[in-house]
Design a protein around this ligand. Structure first.
Ligand code: GAR
Length: 194
């Protein structure tokens, strides 16, 4: 069985969408894959509760307890690699994981590390994407699923979805419209990879 490990920092709605899709579409049967673990860098991440309820392994690694980014990433890789086998390399899915990863970590999981970013990359890498899209006068915004490379919010694009930016949008209303699309395209992009 191929294991999927999902990394979160917050509410985990994308993680939940992936888990629900995997259940509904029977990924174990169809793709020989399962969401095996959810790891958070924050003990308070709401998504951990959902994951536990689903019987998925959860783990908290608080980045503040590590002396350096390298130390944190090494510990993270240690947990992820429990789910890795040469026959079925683990797929690492970043779903609202708000940590910059070291080049060494990215290299270790090259080709099997994916991220979702709430903008139409290459526009607006980084934070506050929705407000920046509004401020720039964008008529459309959206979301990108991409392979992770060492450069933040870059890498080959696997899927995108577009939404309109409305005249009275705030960052919150736009974020909500984009998030609805995130929940549709992220599970689909992962199924495509599987
Ligand atoms: C999502 O909008 C995701 O695209 C974004 O964080 C949110 C997490 O929501 N990710 C990034 O900004 C990464 N650069 P969720 O915890 O409910 O899935």
């Amino acid at each position: 069985m191929k294991n999927i490990v999902i990394l979160i920092s917050g509410g985990g709605s994308n993680m939940a969408a992936i888990v629900r899709t995997a259940q509904r579409e029977d990924w174990a049967q169809r793709h020989g894959a399962q969401v095996a673990a959810v790891i958070s860098n924050k003990g308070t991440a709401g998504g951990l509760v959902f994951a536990k309820e689903q019987g998925i392994d959860t783990e908290v690694l608080d980045h503040k307890e590590f002396a350096s980014r390298e130390d944190f990433d090494a510990a993270l890789a240690g947990v992820i690699d429990r789910y890795d086998t040469p026959q079925a390399p683990v797929l690492v899915v970043l779903a609202g994981f708000m940590r910059i990863l070291t080049p060494g970590f990215v290299e270790r999981y090259a080709g099997r590390l994916v991220n979702i970013h709430p903008s139409l990359l290459p526009a607006f890498p980084g934070l506050h994407t929705h407000q920046r899209a509004i401020d720039a006068g964008c008529k459309f915004a959206g979301v990108t699923v991409h392979q992770v490379t060492a450069e933040l919010d870059h890498g080959p694009i696997l899927a995108q979805a577009v939404v309109p930016v409305l005249l009275d949008d705030t960052a919150d209303t736009l974020a909500a419209r984009v998030l609805t699309q995130e929940h549709l395209i992220y599970p689909k992009a992962i199924a495509g990879l599987l």
